[in-house]
Design a protein around this ligand. Structure first.
Ligand SMILES: [Zn+2]
Length: 270
C-alpha cells in the first residue's frame, strides 16, 4: 500500500483502523475501517483497497444487528451442507446471482434470510445426501463384505482407494433408497473425476477397514436382495466402473459436490 500525504501539507498520513458510527438502511451501526489519518490535522482519507472490505463490514454489521445471516455465515452453512452455490440456488428456487451477491456483501431481504435459514440451518445433515440415515462405518464394512462374498472378488484391498468398491456401494445405497426410501449405509457420495466416490473417502478408508461389521445393524432380506441385484447386474469391477460413468446424475453433479439421493430414480444402468 503506498503512502498518502496530507493535502494540507502535513506530510505522510498514517494507516489506522478506526471505528465508524453510521446509519445503514435506517439502523445505527458501528464498523471498523482502515483509513489514512493525518496525525497533524486529523484529516481522513479512505483507502481504495478497503472500499470493498468496508462495504462488506457495513453489510455484516447491519445483518448482525438485524439478526440476519452474514456473508460468511451463509457461505459456511452452505459448505457444511456440501452444497455448491448452484445447488443451493436450485433448492431455494432463486437465481444464483442473488446468492453470489449475498455471499459477497449484498444484504438479503428478511424473507430471503428466513428462506436461507430454513434451507441451511434447518437442513438436517442426514438429508438428501445421506439417504435419510446416519452414516454407519460398520454397516459400510458389512455391505462391502457381502459384496465381496456375492461377487467372489476382493474389494477391500490393501492400499486401495475404493475406486471400485465405492461404485458398488453407491449403486447399492441409491437402489435401496429408490426402492425403500432409505439408504443402506448413510454414506454421502461426491461426484469426482473418477465417478461417484464416498465423500471424504481419504479420511474414511482406514476407518472403514478397521470398523467392526458385527456392530452393524444386520441387513434385511430386502437389502440383501438389492445387493444381489447390484452384483448380478455388475459382475466385474470394470463394468460397475464404466456404468457409473454413464449415469447422468453423476455427470450432472458439479465436480466435488454431493450427489443427491433424491435423483436415485434417474439411474439408467440398473
Ligand atoms: Zn493534515
Amino acid at each position: 500500500m503506498k503512502t498518502l500525504s496530507c493535502p494540507r501539507g502535513h506530510g505522510p498520513m498514517e494507516l489506522k483502523t478506526v471505528k465508524k458510527e453510521m446509519v445503514f438502511k435506517g439502523v445505527d451501526i458501528v464498523v471498523e475501517a482502515d483509513v489514512y489519518l493525518c496525525p497533524e490535522c486529523g484529516l481522513e482519507a479512505g483507502t481504495p483497497q478497503s472500499a470493498g472490505a468496508l462495504q462488506l463490514a457495513i453489510a455484516d454489521a447491519y445483518r448482525a444487528k438485524q439478526g440476519f445471516l452474514t456473508s460468511n455465515e451463509i457461505k459456511e452453512f452452505r459448505k457444511s451442507r456440501h452444497l455448491t452455490q448452484h445447488q443451493l440456488a436450485e433448492i431455494m428456487n432463486i437465481g444464483i446471482a442473488s446468492l453470489k451477491r449475498w455471499e459477497t456483501g449484498t444484504v438479503q431481504s428478511a424473507s430471503m434470510d428466513n428462506a436461507l435459514r430454513l434451507h441451511l440451518q434447518g437442513m438436517p445433515q442426514t438429508n438428501n445426501f445421506s439417504g435419510n440415515r446416519e452414516i454407519s462405518l460398520p454397516r459400510i464394512k458389512l455391505v462391502a463384505r457381502h459384496l465381496e462374498s456375492l461377487s467372489g472378488r476382493k474389494l477391500l484391498k490393501k492400499g486401495d482407494k475404493f475406486l471400485f468398491l465405492a461404485k458398488y456401494l453407491w449403486y447399492a445405497d441409491f437402489v435401496c433408497f429408490r426402492q425403500l426410501g432409505l439408504g443402506l449405509t448413510g454414506a454421502s457420495y461426491a461426484a469426482i473425476t473418477y465417478g461417484p466416490q464416498l465423500n471424504n473417502y481419504r479420511d474414511l478408508i482406514d476407518l472403514i477397514k478397521e470398523a467392526d461389521e458385527n456392530k452393524a445393524e444386520p441387513l434385511s432380506g430386502e437389502e440383501l436382495r438389492i445387493l444381489k441385484q447390484v452384483v448380478e447386474r455388475f459382475p466385474e469391477e470394470q463394468i460397475v466402473y464404466e456404468a457409473a460413468h454413464r449415469e447422468k446424475i453423476w455427470r450432472e453433479t458439479e465436480t466435488g459436490a454431493l450427489i443427491s439421493y433424491t435423483r436415485a430414480d434417474e439411474l439408467t444402468e440398473i
